[in-house]
Design a protein around this ligand. Structure first.
Ligand code: PLP
Length: 406
């Protein structure tokens, strides 16, 4: 069932993907063909406001001309060198990311999950080398409701049954604690604990914002117990929550930060782990690598994407427009079916009491607003940070009756 009328062309393209692809996603019946800024167009020329932004990867807006130009120019010059040789673009990217994050060193990868895997390897090896944990016994504490990607190790410590089922045995060495409870986390620390891996705000979990003071308390516990704090800011980082990084809301600087998604503005997969010398020094030649990691094409896109983020003031914009949108949602949504409206910056969510978010998402698409449900009960609203206040208000006007079940 769909609220939009499906054209023959749309039906044909969906059938083709369904016929030849694995069915590991269940997308809305919308086939996109073009994007610009906060808008996307389907194959029939219908325009939508993108309120998902590829899970925050296109924070800089679709096909940002500066990032496109950098990518196109680099594509005709040198795209891939492998790390067997140096290339003339990677260093600039690393320096820029280090300056932006305030960490001494950066290790580039491609997808978010790979960067999380990299951080897990770093924490484990640091635990054995620096903390002298007994071989193969290191533990990393993770939170209930986490989402860190789809590799076998990462899904092994997810508590979402559909992510895990049939993919065991899980990688050992992960301990699950409730999210938002610093005392429970402190109680789970043992002499074998090497790290804590958290999202500052859980994205896929449904924009779950922990209680005030949580991250600060976790930071204090980690420092006291000599445990590394690794924050996965793949979704929350680079302005999404109204600060450059979500840890800054509480001054809880991590020991490792993982970035991805908006790091390249949706033009090319680029991810990384940042840390200071003591942690990054665990990586020696041969200990880690990636054929495409640090490639010139990705580096060019990344540098341009960071330029756009800073030059266009997107972090400040996220804080300002996020506060505006959240106050509108709070003032205008009254349905008894709504359990909660929450958000930080342009990372917002509407929670329903029942599993109706999929139906709401289809209704929103029919109203020209693209969003996706997460975990059945939640609609996430995360427009590109470049969206104008007027376009945001127009999108909210269109979305409000659907969100409010009128
Ligand atoms: C999207 C996401 C990932 C995984 O990134 P991929 O590029 O899809 O592998 C990891 N952690 C968080 C918090 C994410 O939002």
């Amino acid at each position: 069932m769909t609220a939009t009328t499906t054209s023959p062309r749309t039906a044909e393209l969906i059938a083709q993907a369904e016929r030849w692809g694995a069915h590991n996603y269940h997308p809305l019946d919308v086939v996109l063909a073009r994007g610009e800024g906060a808008f996307v167009w389907d194959v029939d020329g219908r325009r939508y406001v993108d309120m998902l932004s590829a899970y925050s990867a296109v924070s800089q807006g679709h096909c940002h001309p500066r990032i496109v130009a950098a990518l196109v120019a680099q594509a005709g010059r040198l795209s891939l060198s492998s790390r067997a040789f140096h290339n003339d673009r990677m260093g600039e990217m690393l320096e820029r990311i280090a300056a932006l994050t305030g960490f001494a060193r950066v290790l580039p990868m491609n997808t978010g999950a790979e960067a999380v895997e990299t951080a897990i390897k770093a924490m484990r090896r640091w635990g054995y080398d620096a903390k002298h944990v007994e071989d193969d016994r290191a533990e990393i504490i993770v939170a209930a409701g986490n989402f860190h990607g789809r590799t076998t190790t990462i899904i092994g410590f997810s508590d979402e049954p559909s992510y895990r089922r049939g993919f065991g045995p899980p990688t050992p060495g992960f301990v699950l604690v409730p999210f938002g409870d610093a005392a429970a986390l402190a109680a789970a620390i043992t002499p074998r604990t090497v790290g804590v891996l958290l999202e500052p705000i859980q994205g896929e979990g449904g924009v779950i914002i922990p209680p005030d003071g949580y991250l600060r308390a976790v930071r204090e516990v980690c420092t006291r117990e000599r445990v590394l704090l690794c924050l996965d800011e793949i979704q929350t980082g680079l302005g999404r929550t109204g600060a450059m990084f979500a840890w800054q809301h509480e001054g809880a600087r991590p020991d490792l930060i993982v970035l991805g998604k908006a790091l390249s503005g949706g033009l090319y997969p680029v991810s990384c782990v940042c840390a200071d010398d003591e942690v990054m020094a665990v990586f020696t030649p041969g200990s880690h690598g990636s054929t495409y990691g640090g490639n010139p094409l990705g580096a060019a896109a990344c540098v341009a994407a960071l330029d756009v983020l800073v030059d266009e003031g997107l972090v400040e914009r996220s804080a300002e427009l996020g506060a505006h949108a959240l106050s509108r949602l709070r003032a205008e949504l009254h349905s008894p079916e709504i359990a909660e409206v929450r958000g930080r910056g342009l990372m917002m969510a509407v929670d329903y009491r029942g599993c109706i978010a999929g139906e709401v998402a289809r209704g929103l698409a029919a109203a020209g607003v693209l969003a996706k449900e997460t975990r059945g009960k939640t609609i996430r609203l995360m427009p590109p940070l470049v969206i104008s206040r007027q376009d945001l208000d127009t999108a909210l006007d269109a979305a409000m009756p659907v969100l409010d079940r009128r």
